[in-house]
Design a protein around this ligand. Structure first.
Ligand SMILES: Cc1ncc(COP(=O)(O)O)c(C=O)c1O
Length: 484
């Protein structure tokens, strides 16, 4: 071995060793499968500490240039040889870092299957393309005066939109707000991100419904929050269970999606809303109310109960999150937060640091949309469509599930939550569904037992829903029971 580290070189010794081997590999002196010297032997030979050699081999390994097999030492990689030279950044190493956690493997698998259009999609919280008010939005774009400034937008949100949202919440939801108490966000998702990043600290505990949409969001886990689930029944979260949790743990915040909840479709009754407020008042726990599905009561159902925000006389205990994604279009990315001023100030500053305010043109479009009677017409149509789709799904399930599924008919929203009677495994069931040509979301994504599945009736026309449900039932029958 002719190589010796150069003490005058500013490159650390372990990198010099790694580069030496990389050069030998690139020049073909070392060929795929050839062994590198044993760490201890090389360390003695070139007069360095063994850990320096270990470090150098680690670097080569992390670039995929060499591989190590226990007991056989370190060899030049057979397949990836030469693919990623050392002088290029190892992006995989960077990608494994940072604060945001990767998406759950089962969710990645589902996303992949959706992208490849591997089946009828009963997994999505979106409508079909034809359901979005495209021609109306085109017309609004044509008529928009675009008289606003094109400088960085107001970090609170475009003022006319905040006024329109205030009027909208007043007329549609009977909510008493003030335009200055509203922050426009890039969807409800950004609202949740701002709340978790700005109002909570890593290690703190939060309570969520069990099962819960929030459980599916890596942003809660990435923020280092400990999540405690509170059991639900058909009337939503069970107040006694909440009280028990709050008496045992120091919970900083309660996150609720109380109306036509994602994933269960359940709605917290008005009397329970009052109980939850009283319990949270007693234990001094603020509530985040994510109300993305309000307004989507289906045609034969009674109106949804008032928001917790309105039932709280103090208006200080509940942070309210709204969104246009479920009633207009998720592509607009319009959400908003109603909160007490100290909270809004903190969130506004963080939002400004994040994106310098939301896109002004979309905000103008949303403002025009809300000011007209278009929203009401659109939602009326949507309820009708969703009602038909829900009926198609429910009828088919009742007619064909033959004891292998149980569910309750949701009163609104997009989702139907069902329980499989056989003891299925989530990954096996998902694969069986993909094989049958239908996409569903396993309940484990929301923190539930593998037996549960979320079906969406929003994202397909009636004919496709029928076929999708039949395929789903076939998949359950075919997927073998989980190994206990
Ligand atoms: C309960 C709930 N909250 C928030 C969101 C995110 O909504 P947005 O598109 O407004 O970010 C969703 C989307 O599916 C949802 O189901």
């Amino acid at each position: 071995m002719t190589f010796h580290p150069d003490n005058t070189n500013r490159l650390p010794v372990y990198q010099q060793i790694a580069r030496h081997f990389e050069q030998d590999i690139l020049k073909g002196i070392l060929r795929p499968g050839d062994k590198l010297p044993a760490e201890r032997k090389l360390a003695i030979q070139i007069g360095v500490n063994r850990t320096t050699v270990v470090h150098a081999y680690d670097l080569l390994r992390s670039c995929g240039i060499v591989t190590s097999v226990k007991g056989s030492g370190t060899c030049v990689a057979q397949e990836q040889w030469g693919v990623r030279p050392l002088h290029l950044p190892n992006w995989q190493d960077y990608a494994n870092g940072g604060t945001f956690l990767p998406t759950l493997p089962i969710v990645q698998r589902l996303a992949e299957a959706k992208q490849q259009k591997l089946g009828i999609n009963l997994s999505s919280s979106e409508l079909t393309q034809e359901d979005y008010p495209i021609s109306i939005l085109k017309q609004i774009c044509k008529e928009l005066p675009f008289n606003g400034s094109l400088g960085y937008p107001d970090p609170n949100g475009y003022e006319p939109l905040r006024t329109a949202l205030h009027q909208f919440m007043d007329t549609q939801f009977k909510m008493n707000t003030d335009p200055s108490g509203i922050l426009v966000t890039s969807g409800a998702q950004q609202a949740l991100l701002l709340i978790t990043q700005c109002l909570l600290n890593p290690g703190e505990a939060i309570a969520v419904e069990s099962p819960s949409y929030f459980y599916s969001l890596p942003l809660f886990h990435s923020a280092g929050l400990r999540m405690y689930g509170v059991q639900m029944d058909e009337e939503g979260l069970i107040p006694g269970e909440l009280e028990l949790l709050l008496s045992k743990r120091s919970i900083k915040m309660l996150f609720l999606n109380p109306t036509y909840q994602n994933p269960t479709g359940r709605t917290l009754t008005e009397s329970r809303r009052k109980e939850v407020l009283a319990i949270c008042e007693k234990w001094r726990v603020p509530i985040v109310e994510d109300d993305a599905y309000r307004s989507l009561e289906l045609s034969d159902e009674t109106q949804s109960p008032q928001p917790l925000f309105s039932l709280d006389a103090s208006h200080e205990r509940v942070i309210y999150i709204g969104s246009l994604s479920k009633t207009v279009a998720p592509g607009l990315r319009i959400g908003w937060i109603v909160a007490p001023e100290p909270v809004l100030k903190r969130l506004r500053e963080a939002k400004y640091q994040m994106d310098h305010g939301s896109d002004i043109i979309t905000q103008q479009i949303a403002e025009h949309y809300l000011r007209s009677d278009l929203w009401e017409k659109q939602v009326e149509q949507l309820r009708h469509l969703l009602e038909q789709r829900r009926r198609a799904m429910v009828d088919l399930l009742f007619a064909n599930c033959g004891g292998i599924l149980s569910f309750t008919v949701p009163k609104g929203g997009y989702h139907l939550w069902c329980r499989c009677t056989p003891n299925v495994s989530d990954t096996k069931l998902l694969e069986a569904c993909i094989k049958q040509g239908v996409l569903i979301v396993p309940g484990t994504v929301y923190g539930a037992h593998p037996r549960f599945v979320r079906l969406s009736f929003a994202c397909n026309q009636v004919e496709n829903i029928a076929e999708g449900v039949l395929r789903f039932i076939k998949a359950i029958k075919q997927s073998s029971p989980a190994d206990d």
